[in-house]
Design a protein around this ligand. Structure first.
Ligand code: F6R
Length: 366
């Protein structure tokens, strides 16, 4: 059942070229330039007229929601808020008709997310589910939705569900943008082509496994880690830190790179590994100066960069090169080395990576 892999987590990380492909299949046709999302077709008009979109989720799914916020605001020019389901639920939020809620959940059973959308639905909001488990409670409660087709995720730490969520949320953004006319035909086609090529690039990225394992060995005894990124890679930094905490029990924090100087920089010394998610995008130059700031304080920099980067390898202690991709979908690639890093550190430390202590696969209590 682990198909020759030592752990489900590793198997699921390596399944990603296929699971992303499966999530795109039958929906994306780059050749003919079409995108079909059967589950939201009837609601496409409502979606495109939404005054705002609220994404509700927990944990890793919340991180996917944060990436989607950047994607959807960019593509659809509609305000997007991303809420922790538990906070959204309990603070008596202003929500009602005209609002569209996207609930993102691998299991479709997370109690906080379920209860949050139940009450929003009662208040007249339209609920769109992005779930992995077919027929799950959240999927059933939703008016419409698009499944991720990542297959069963056994490892408690979410990996392949996250990249499938990113692919599906990007398609939703593209569909709404097309409906609203907020995207040019050229950009639409370009992003279809980029999505079409992403599985292949994920497969290439997975070839970094041995290199990431060496990096894991070098830093496995660190007490804390900092993960930094900007723009589309900011949620990837959060996700990298969450994976490390869950799997290796090392304290890790993710931050938007520029926030570092508003506090966390006080932690930096020669013992602190700082993981930068620094692929080539519109934030790149700014991230390079953030790396300089860390190096000036003797922090150890591990950087995830785009293949062929000429600048960061001269500054960082360790560099991991991923294929180039449009910044909207680059997180699908840049998260992979971070999943592998957490996995290898956990294994090297002798922990049960498939069943981290204190965690359950789906959190069905509020
Ligand atoms: C992290 C993890 C959790 C889940 C969260 C939401 O690796 O697995 O943070 O992402 O409990 O679960 P779903 O997506 O099932 O609602």
């Amino acid at each position: 059942e682990k198909s020759g892999y030592d752990h489900f987590m590793l198997k699921e990380i390596f399944e990603q070229p296929q699971t992303i492909f499966d999530s795109l299949r039958g929906r994306l046709d780059a050749k003919s330039g079409t995108l079909t999302l059967g589950g939201i077709r009837e609601h496409a008009a409502i979606l495109s007229q939404a005054k705002r979109i609220i994404i509700v989720a927990c944990g890793t799914s919340w991180h996917a929601g944060l990436v989607a916020e950047y994607m959807i605001e960019e593509l659809c020019r509609v305000p997007v808020e991303v809420e922790y389901a538990s906070e959204f639920r309990y603070r008596n939020p202003v929500v009602g008709e005209g609002d569209v809620i996207i609930a993102v959940s691998q299991s479709g059973e997370t109690a906080d997310t379920l209860v949050a959308i139940e009450s929003a639905k009662q208040k007249g909001a339209i609920i769109l589910g992005v779930c992995n488990v077919v027929g799950s409670s959240i999927a059933r409660l939703s008016h419409a939705g698009a499944y991720t087709h990542a297959g069963p995720e056994i490892g408690v730490a979410s990996t392949k569900a996250f990249t499938a969520q990113l692919a599906v949320l990007c398609m939703i953004g593209l569909k709404v943008a097309q409906e609203k006319g907020t995207i040019t035909q050229q950009r639409f086609q370009h992003l279809l082509d980029e999505l079409d090529a992403i599985s292949e690039k994920v497969a290439t990225t997975l070839k970094l496994n041995d290199q990431v394992k060496q990096i894991a060995d070098k830093y496995k005894d660190a007490r804390d880690f900092l993960y930094l990124g900007r723009g589309y890679n900011f949620p990837v930094a959060l996700e990298g830190a969450l994976k490390l905490k869950e799997i290796s029990y090392i304290h890790a924090e993710g931050y938007p790179a520029a926030e570092m100087k508003h506090g966390p920089i006080a932690l930096v010394d020669e013992n602190l590994p700082v993981v930068f998610v620094a692929t080539r995008d519109s934030y790149y130059e700014k991230v390079v100066s953030n790396i300089q700031e860390i190096k000036a304080r003797k922090g150890k920099v591990i950087a995830v960069v785009t293949e062929g980067d000429q600048t960061i390898p001269g500054m960082a202690d360790d560099v991991i090169e991923v294929p180039a991709a449009d910044e909207l979908i680059a997180p699908i690639l840049s998260v992979i080395p971070l999943q592998l890093l957490a996995y290898h550190i956990g294994v090297l430390k002798g922990f049960d990576v498939d069943k981290p202590r204190n965690l359950a696969k789906s959190v069905t209590v509020e």
